[in-house]
Design a protein around this ligand. Structure first.
Ligand SMILES: [Zn+2]
Length: 426
């Protein structure tokens, strides 16, 4: 199905997309559990209702809340180095922990294996990698390898000169863990091994944990059948930046798409469910709870999840198709029909909320900018440089136009096409 021809122009002329993007950045990084996140969720609830013309349902999400009260890293010469605790890091003993630092470079499984005998009792140091590239080893995997090998602490060095890096340890409530911090690359250089042996460092992390509440916001626009396509984006982020690319870009894009297509949806075969998640940066908790709440019947009614996460900050858009290979011809055909460039990358990547839909058997993809492009601005995600000036208005518009085209086509695809999407490639 083709969209009315003026839809692309209306998206291009919709100045609100930049206003809402800036408003989300104005709230700050929106770390789950902070006032910044609460205010942003309230704003998104109100803007979502305006855009969709329907009231929202708020599903309560309880999760293992966590807050860092103190984080300190002291080098062997006594100097303090800047550091940032990873989300849900465990605390150190009150007087801190002091140990030798074993530098495992990038922190590949091979590096962990080669040093297996030397890791226990030491602090592991690894590097943060470009997240949107084939073969990336996720921080959470490195953290778990360090934990399993008996490390007593975990340091991850950022990619940006002079800047820290953040992220989540991925540790769930009640799980074992080790104290974990992001540091700047210069600090990592000062922790290098010398002829005299491994460098020493002292870490102090003080945290507070308690059950916390956030929500998932749903806006249901009915189509002709009870099937839906879920358009999703996560609102939360980190507290060292504006979480502008990741993911004010996705939220603002989703709002712009819904604003433009809302009047059409009642005539479409499938309806649209707009979903805003939080606690995504906490091991995808918001969407995990949502997926777990769905009955088999409800899962079957969801024809597709289109997840917008970091859709600006790079020129080209990529769909991460989560192993659903039969979705790819449909996406490419639709993008080409509208003159939009799109690439599909198939392996399931557990790097955003689409993964929880995919694990529940629901066809799902993440739209992401700058994939496999080491010079795209998305390389600054999770660093202090994830600020609004990394994003251009044409990037937001392009993401919204492509999303509108894919959403309309998915909502109107024949049942025979939609049922093929559910087949997984092996
Ligand atoms: Zn994200």
């Amino acid at each position: 199905m083709r969209l009315p021809p003026d839809i692309f122009d209306r998206i291009a002329d919709d100045g609100t997309i930049t206003e809402e993007f800036a408003a989300l950045c104005d709230f700050g990084g929106r770390l789950a559990g902070t006032e910044s996140e609460r205010l942003a969720m309230a704003y998104v609830a109100q803007r979502g209702s305006l855009a969709s013309g329907v009231p929202y349902t708020s599903l309560p999400v309880s999760y293992g809340g966590w807050r860092a009260i103190k984080a300190e890293l002291r080098l062997s010469d006594g100097a303090l180095a800047a550091c940032h605790p990873l989300v849900r890091s465990t605390p150190t003993a009150a007087d801190g922990l002091s140990a030798e630092v074993i530098d495992l470079g990038r922190g590949t499984p091979e590096e962990f294996e080669a040093h297996r005998e030397e890791i226990a009792g030491r602090i592991v140091l690894v590097r943060h990698e470009l997240m949107f590239a084939a073969g990336t080893i996720h921080r959470r995997r490195k953290y778990n390898m360090a934990l399993e090998a008996g490390a007593v602490g975990f340091l991850i060095a950022g990619p940006l000169a002079g800047a820290l890096v953040t992220g989540s340890s991925g540790r769930n409530e009640g799980d074992a863990g080790i104290p974990a911090m992001g540091i700047a690359p210069e600090t990592a250089a000062r922790l290098a091994r010398t002829a005299a042996g491994w460098a020493r460092a002292a870490m102090v992390i003080k945290t507070e944990e308690c059950e916390a509440q956030t929500s998932t916001l749903l806006f249901d626009m009915r189509g002709e059948t009870d099937e839906v396509v879920v358009l999703s984006a996560h609102v939360d982020g980190h507290d060292i930046n504006e979480s502008a690319m990741d993911n004010a870009s996705g939220v603002a894009t989703a709002l712009a798409v819904i604003r433009t297509i809302a009047p059409q949806v009642q005539g479409w075969r499938r309806g649209v469910r707009l979903a805003f998640f939080s606690a995504e940066e906490w091991a995808l908790t918001g969407s995990a709870r949502y997926a777990a709440s769905l009955s088999d019947v409800e899962k079957r009614r969801i024809a597709l999840n289109i997840n917008l996460d970091t859709v600006a900050g790079g020129e080209r858009l990529t769909a991460l198709t989560s192993g659903f290979g039969e979705l790819e011809p449909f996406l490419l055909e639709t993008a080409e029909a509208y003159g939009c460039a799109l690439r599909c990358v198939r392996p399931l990547q557990m790097n955003s909320d689409h993964a929880n839909f995919a694990l529940a058997g629901i066809p799902a993809f993440r739209l992401v900018a700058g994939y496999d492009n080491p010079s795209a601005n998305v390389r600054f995600v999770l660093t202090p440089a994830d600020l609004r000036d990394q994003v251009t208005e044409p990037e937001l518009i392009k993401a919204a136009q492509l999303t509108a085209a894919l959403l309309a086509a998915a909502c109107n695809a024949p049942s025979s096409t939609a049922s093929r999407w559910r087949n997984r490639s092996r």
